[in-house]
Design a protein around this ligand. Structure first.
Ligand SMILES: [Zn+2]
Length: 250
């Protein structure tokens, strides 16, 4: 067995429990995963910063923002790749609209409270509303939007944040091409158990080109990728991508 197939076997063994365990066992796996990730975030990997309901924003984290034409702000290091992606999407005859980018804690608190209020109005108990709300609007401090590297992008012709968004030509284009610019669709439909967030066919996250390609080619979400990367590093191998395969063939 060569190195790569042994890595892929290891990954299969490792990832299987994450996606197929019961809720209780899932919590345990996630805890282990989160613990192993805590020490991993280093400054050169700024674009791999993990923020989710189990990993709030680091307290001392400072983001330098740059304004998009519409007034929303992003981490300045993401600006050029984002602009290139939106421009190329436009050149394809489409009209993507960034409807949410960087959010401060106050904004997130307001959105989170609104979501709970809407669920309460729909008949949820306070406890159930709080539990359901975090699947859709992260609690303050745990939203990726605090990083300035997450964006909600919608079609100009259909701006609702619903599952229908995936049917728009803009989302189809973005889902197909985002990795070329270093972005991923952060909450795919089949990864909710791992990400803790429901399917959002509008939320894109910058992770850099190398990681975006590796995640796309191996069908990994960010949480999974960080674990896989750690194993690959420990084994002194790297995660193969389709680009390398193509280069090796040509
Ligand atoms: Zn979002």
């Amino acid at each position: 067995m060569n190195l790569l197939s042994s890595v892929s076997l290891l990954l299969t063994l490792f990832l299987l429990p994450v996606t197929s365990v019961t809720e209780a066992a899932g919590d345990q796996v996630r805890e282990t995963v989160q613990e192993s990730l805590q020490s991993q975030e280093q400054s050169e990997d700024w674009h791999l910063l993990l923020v989710n309901r189990w990993n709030p924003m680091p307290e001392e984290y400072a983001v330098t923002l740059k304004k998009l034409p519409g007034g929303l702000q992003v981490d300045e290091r993401v600006y050029d790749d984002l602009t290139a992606m939106l421009t190329d999407c436009g050149k394809a005859g489409l009209h993507p609209v960034v409807c949410s980018a960087y959010r401060d804690t106050a904004t997130q608190t307001r959105l989170h409270k609104n979501k709970i209020a809407r669920l309460r109005a729909a008949g949820y108990s306070q406890e159930a509303a709080e539990r359901e709300a975090v699947r859709w609007v992260a609690a303050p401090g745990t939203s990726e939007h605090h990083t300035g590297m997450a964006l909600d992008i919608v079609s100009a012709s259909y701006q609702k944040l619903t599952k229908q968004q995936e049917k728009t030509a803009e989302q189809k284009w973005l889902m197909e091409h985002c990795w070329e610019y270093g972005f991923i669709l952060r909450y795919p439909t089949d990864k909710s158990e791992v990400t803790g967030v429901g399917y959002e066919p509008w939320h894109y996250r910058y992770v850099g080109r190398e990681a975006a390609l590796a995640m796309r080619d191996n069908g990994l979400c960010l949480e999974e990728y960080l674990v896989v990367r750690r194993i690959a590093e420990a084994m002194s191998v790297h995660i193969e991508t389709s680009q390398e395969t193509a280069e090796a063939v040509s």
